[in-house]
Design a protein around this ligand. Structure first.
Ligand SMILES: [Zn+2]
Ligand SMILES: [Zn+2]
Length: 79
């Protein structure tokens, strides 16, 4: 498990948690979450540790900061 997420890059493999609801991706159906992340909504939870992130939305995208894993930014979810 990597300690730092690339700000806008793809991660190798699939992060363990859903960035929208914070649930384990292996547990349950997150298709609706992924649709939201792929359209207008920034992630609310760190996909690595499921902590709630501090999210700021601006006209060109968003930034989301995990207190443990740092900041991610973009116009889409973590993929
Ligand atoms: Zn979810
Ligand atoms: Zn984190």
């Amino acid at each position: 498990m990597s300690a730092v997420l690339e700000p806008t890059g793809q991660t190798d493999g699939v992060p363990p948690y859903c960035a929208w609801c914070g649930g384990a991706r292996a547990d349950g159906d997150h298709a609706a979450c992924e649709r939201r992340l792929a359209t207008v909504d920034p992630p609310r939870h760190c996909p690595v540790c499921a902590r709630r992130m501090v999210v700021q939305v601006d006209p060109v995208g968003w930034t989301a900061r995990c207190s443990r894993h740092g900041e991610s930014a973009g116009a889409n979810g973590f993929g």
